[in-house]
Design a protein around this ligand. Structure first.
Ligand code: ADP
Ligand code: MG
Length: 379
């Protein structure tokens, strides 16, 4: 008697969704990543009840025509890669073509989308993976996705959700990552009808940090000293010696614009701080590593939050060295400040007087605007 059966499309989707959609914050992550990849200049996020009752993401990006909107809900349907070779140099946040079908299979899902020049847009309603309605819709150019009643058809997963408060905090953390990773995009975030933050467009990481966390945090940070490692550019800001936190919440690391978790990076950061960090405490980092996409494998984790480096030792050395140099030059600056008292009437241009330099690099997001690097004037 044969025992093996092919799972129905819906069940297969729900099984696969388990990897991508762990919790409401995963939904937010995937939807916001899609908006960024689509070239959004502005992304609005609304959640209710920890994202369990509602997640809504609205963007002003390129939108989709009806065929693409329907295709986007198919498993392994993506506009971002075409062949296995493309996996070797991924320039977008998404590439697996799994997020939308996964999310739609475990929620009540509504997508409205319109291309900027199209007369009409499209509205698609999916319940538990089944397309119920396809019709004209979509008022504004761009895409709006609403995800309601997450896991309503998957009680096992629903039981594992934490309190609404905890889920909301996870979502907020996820949005901090996206907002810090993309200062060139405006973000608004509303939780249970209360506006949590509203971030204007800026091409500058420092301004984005200030808008999100306030000037107080900025005062505790140092711009990273330029590294001279070829092929790896390290930039961003890190906490001064002695500045630390009890959790990892402000230890942000981005590789080619993607927020990642990577033990090698974490260890290297710690090593860079050495005794400047108390035991059991975590550093504050807004650390950006930019390297040739061919030197990073991002296809390691279904939720794409892990990466593998082709030359881990190079990456490690570059991080350790740049953190050491940053802390060291801050120490020297500090000493000199006390040696030569400032001349009265001369205004200190401030540690964050920075030059804006077009890096020449184009990243996905906001229609490929130039990414502005913040370069310390003395760097
Ligand atoms: P992936 O991002 O890995 O390609 P998704 O399931 O997240 O897979 O999305 C499938 C496709 O739907 C994307 O490749 C993209 O073409 C399209 N898409 C999704 N979200 C948006 C959006 N907000 N704006 C425009 N196109 C989108
Ligand atoms: Mg995606």
């Amino acid at each position: 008697m044969s025992r093996i059966r092919l799972l129905s499309e819906t069940v297969a989707s729900q099984v696969a969704a388990g990897e991508v959609v762990e919790r409401p914050a995963s939904v937010v992550k995937e939807l916001v990543e899609n908006s960024i990849d689509a070239g959004a200049c502005k992304i609005d996020i609304v959640i209710r009840r920890g994202g369990i009752s509602l997640v809504r993401v609205i963007d002003d990006a390129c939108g989709m025509d009806r065929d693409d909107a329907l295709l986007s809900l198919e498993r392994h349907a993506t506009s971002k890669i075409r062949s296995a070779a493309d996996l070797e140099a991924i320039a977008t946040l998404g590439f697996r073509g799994e997020a939308l079908p996964s999310i739609a299979s475990v929620s009540r899902f509504r997508l409205t989308t319109r291309e900027p020049n199209a007369i009409a847009g499209t509205e698609i309603i999916v319940n538990g993976g089944k397309i119920d309605i396809v019709r004209d819709g979509g008022e504004a150019p761009g895409t709006q996705i609403e995800v309601r009643s997450l896991f309503y058809n998957l009680p096992a997963r629903r039981k594992f959700l934490r309190s609404e408060n905890t889920e909301s905090r996870n979502i907020e953390h996820q949005l901090h990552l996206q907002a810090i990773g993309h200062p060139e995009i405006a973000f608004t975030f509303a939780r249970d009808d209360r506006l949590v933050f509203q971030l204007p467009v800026t091409a500058n990481l420092i301004e984005r940090i200030r808008d999100l966390y306030g000037t107080q945090l900025l005062d505790q940070l140092l711009p990273i000293a330029a590294t001279n490692k070829p092929r790896i550019l390290i930039r961003g800001l890190i906490g001064r010696a002695g500045v630390s936190r009890q959790t990892r919440a402000q230890q942000l690391v981005f590789v080619n614009g993607r927020a990642i978790e990577n033990p090698l990076v974490t260890t290297a950061v710690r090593e860079g701080y050495h005794t400047a960090l108390m035991k059991g405490q975590y550093p504050v980092t807004f650390l950006f590593l930019d390297l040739d996409p061919a030197l990073v494998d991002v296809n390691v984790h279904p939720a794409k939050r892990e990466v593998r480096f082709r030359d881990p030792n190079d990456v490690r050395d570059a991080i350790v060295r740049s953190i050491q140099q940053t802390l060291e030059s801050a120490r020297i600056d500090w000493q000199e400040k006390f040696r030569a008292p400032p001349v009265a009437g001369v205004v200190d241009p401030g540690r964050f007087a920075t030059g804006r330099v077009d890096s020449g690099q184009r990243q996905p997001g906001c229609r490929g605007r130039p990414v502005t690097l913040v370069v310390p004037l003395d760097g």
